[in-house]
Design a protein around this ligand. Structure first.
Ligand SMILES: O=C(O)C(=O)C[C@H](O)[C@H](O)COP(=O)(O)O
Length: 317
């Protein structure tokens, strides 16, 4: 079985039922939620042995996160600490004009002090791929250094490095993100970016195909993928551009769609899929995620195959 290691923060997400406001809801659904653990869960469920590295408080909320990942077969490789807290976020969802709102409560999270020296980095060195996102270096100066160190260490061990820009405007400015992220990109083999983030952070305002080709020309990536929401995704690999339309999907549970795409893409590539195969597989995984409450893609290989075979999402290749 191929192996994937990821690193980042996982929060507990609290969502009121239906369209109730956070201010007045009497109950909340609780889900473990973090970009990098979401990717590990999707990949694990799709046939890749996945581990998630992080640092958590040794407390009931911290242990809840561990249990949630184990439920999906992900093996957490976590430093437990008495210092720092378990981050949370609130997700309020309603029809327009209220829409969806994320409220973070993640200051002082235990993970913000995590260093490469204290993490079980041998798991990154032995993995086939290592994945992290632009959320991680946004969380603290220490984590910015740790992100660089882990990508560097993966590179030295010939572990394929994957990085999703995942810009979060509630964590940092586009300028700060640009400065930090562009520094990291020299260490990245697979770069994934949403077209809106490429524009906001990297100033690339062209079409997704133009953006992907520009990024391919400017950096030394093995593969660059630009996602474009309900218009699918574009990849450039080995000098070739591949386009993948989206699979029509529900709008019920969109949070985690991007991570599901990356999990599906990596699962396909790590199991021998071509880049067009991986684009299709990631797109189907992302479409399925949108039907599942919580942040994680609770999917199976069979469900992904069914979504791919569905005429409504037929892929023209
Ligand atoms: O850490 C954060 O700030 C997060 O936003 C965690 C998010 O819940 C997921 O990363 C979902 O992100 P998408 O897959 O882009 O919908």
């Amino acid at each position: 079985m191929p192996e994937l290691a990821t690193f980042g923060e996982t929060m507990l997400r609290l969502s009121p039922p239906g369209d109730q406001p956070v201010e007045t809801a009497g109950t909340f659904a609780v889900h473990a939620a973090g970009a990098e653990s979401n990717v590990a869960v999707a990949a694990q469920r799709l046939g890749v042995e996945s581990t998630w590295l992080s640092k958590l408080p040794d407390s009931p909320p911290g242990r809840r996160v561990l249990a949630a990942l184990r439920q999906h077969g992900v093996d957490p490789a976590v430093v437990l600490t008495e210092e720092g807290r378990q981050g949370t976020y609130y997700l309020e969802s309603a029809d327009p004009p209220r829409g969806r709102t994320v409220t973070y409560d993640r200051e002082g999270a235990a993970v913000r002090t995590a260093t490469a020296a204290e993490l079980p980095t041998d798991l990154i060195e032995r993995a086939d791929a290592f994945h992290t996102t632009g959320i991680t270096p946004a969380l603290s100066d220490t984590l910015a250094t740790t992100t660089t160190d882990l990508l560097e260490l993966a590179r030295e061990a010939d572990t394929t490095t994957a990085f999703d820009l995942n810009y979060r405007s509630k964590l940092w400015s586009p300028e700060a993100a640009r400065e930090t992220v562009t520094d990291l990109l020299d260490r990245v083999d697979l770069f994934v970016v949403a077209d809106r983030d490429a524009e906001t952070v990297l100033g690339l305002a062209g079409s997704p195909v133009e953006t992907a080709e520009r990024l391919d020309a400017d950096y030394d990536f093995e593969t660059v993928v630009v996602t474009r929401g309900d218009e699918g995704a574009v990849a450039v690999h080995d000098g070739q551009t591949h386009e993948q339309p989206a699979i029509p999907a529900s709008d019920a549970h969109p949070v985690g769609t991007g991570d599901a795409f990356v999990g599906g893409f990596l699962a396909s590539r790590l199991q021998g899929g071509t880049v067009p195969d991986a684009l299709a597989y990631g797109t189907a995984t992302a479409a399925l995620k949108r039907t599942v409450p919580g942040d994680m893609a609770v999917v199976t290989p069979e469900a992904v195959e069914r979504a791919l075979a569905d005429e409504s999402g037929r892929i023209e290749r």
